[in-house]
Ligand binder design. Structure first.
Ligand SMILES: *Cc1c(COP(=O)(O)O)cnc(C)c1O
Length: 370
């Protein structure tokens, strides 16, 4: 069997250290807004190369609080527009609509599936206030081009780094490439908590302070409320466990890269397209996504060979019932990708034998009607 992702094994690598961290927190008697979260924020900011990191409840809240803070700071208002890739996970879009802002979708690059900087300009209107590039699958978007357009039009650049912890673009890491960045520590992400968690990174002191207050009932000082905030905090237990896993993240990324380079070297099939990569050193391979017009057939073949796969994502946000108001919009590249993408298993605990089994299973595939 090659499971898509064995989280028991991923976390089992750190079992003793995780238990020690939990004991430390249990014995401290302090479970929210304490030393562990503070230390993790410092360490995660240093890892990303930003001045600030603010722990929040999850990745959706990280993105949503960035926009909420900009509204609070008077930099945008309800009804303003945010440009977002049409082929992203729905959370990127929910963060926008949750704040009364309007998502404006653009088609991705059909090769690497990332935000296409050439399509930003035509989507800009007088109401556009931000662009939200998503570093999909663990590969960073072309941030030079995106930042250049954003600068020309005075737009904020908000990175969705939920899939790209540690990914590089040139010398900088995901999280340090725009005005602010949202991270998720959902268990299945490359840096996963043992529950929900998230963080915002930024160099903007006022933004960091506003987000911190917004996620703490709008309060900086106990029982004094500056904003109509919410409760969105990274708890001490999760922070303590994330500190352990953060120390080993670069090694875990290296192991993911080994799996990915075996796939890239050894998968030979007329029926599948391998992922297009920009900078080999930068990609952190949260997902290894191939495309094929024979997706259902291939997934069934792999399943029979004991290889689990998933599709990220089979229905784009504008085709979801939740966004019925956008049902008439048409994004042919996005809609084709939704039908053709298939994610192969990739994880730091995947053995070379398992990787070979996946490669053989893909290489022996022949569609029924070919
Ligand atoms: C996982 C994910 C999110 C949301 O993170 P949660 O912690 O699950 O809320 C946002 N954007 C992308 C691209 C994701 O993959």
């Amino acid at each position: 069997m090659v499971p898509f992702l064995n989280l028991q094994e991923v976390n089992g690598q750190y079992r003793r250290q995780l238990l020690q961290a939990c004991e430390r927190v249990i014995d401290s008697g302090w479970y929210i807004k304490g030393q562990e979260c503070e230390a993790f924020e410092r360490e995660f900011a240093a890892f990303c190369g930003t001045s600030y990191a603010v722990g929040v409840a999850n990745g959706l809240e990280a993105l949503s609080l960035i926009l909420k803070a900009y509204i609070q700071m008077g930099m945008m208002q309800q009804g303003d527009e945010v440009i977002v890739p049409a082929n992203t996970y729905i959370a990127s879009v929910l963060a926008i609509s949750d704040n009364g802002l309007i998502p404006v979708f653009i088609e991705p690059d059909p090769g690497d599936h990332l935000m296409d900087p050439a399509r930003i300009e035509e989507a800009i209107t007088p109401k556009t206030k931000a662009v939200l590039p998503v570093h999909l699958y663990g590969q960073v978007c072309d941030m030079d081009a995106i930042n250049a357009v954003a600068k020309r039009y005075g737009l904020k650049v908000i990175e969705d780094s939920a899939q790209s912890h540690g990914a590089y673009f040139g010398q900088k890491r995901s999280g340090a490439l725009g005005d602010a960045s949202g991270f998720s520590f959902y268990p299945g992400k490359n840096l996963g908590a043992l529950g929900d968690g998230g963080a915002v990174t930024t160099d903007d002191a006022e933004l960091a302070q506003t987000i911190r207050a917004l996620g703490n009932y709008g309060s900086e000082k106990k029982y004094e409320h500056l904003y109509k905030g919410s409760n969105s905090r990274l708890d001490e237990l999760q922070a303590a466990m994330l500190r352990i896993k953060l120390k080993d993240l670069d090694e875990q990324i290296r192991l993911r890269r080994e799996v990915a380079s075996s796939y890239l070297n050894d998968i030979r099939s007329d029926y599948v397209n391998l992922p297009q990569i920009q900078a080999k050193e930068g990609h952190v391979w949260h997902l290894f996504v191939i495309t094929t017009p024979y997706r259902e057939d291939l997934a069934a073949h792999l399943e029979r060979q004991g290889v689990q796969t998933l599709s990220h994502y089979p229905i784009p946000p504008h085709k979801q019932r939740a966004y019925a108001e956008y049902a008439n919009l048409c994004y042919p590249i996005t809609e084709r990708l939704a039908k053709e993408v298939l994610s192969l298993p990739v994880s730091p605990v995947q053995t070379p034998q398992q990787t070979r089994r996946v490669i053989e299973a893909v290489n022996t595939f022949a569609p029924r009607d070919a």
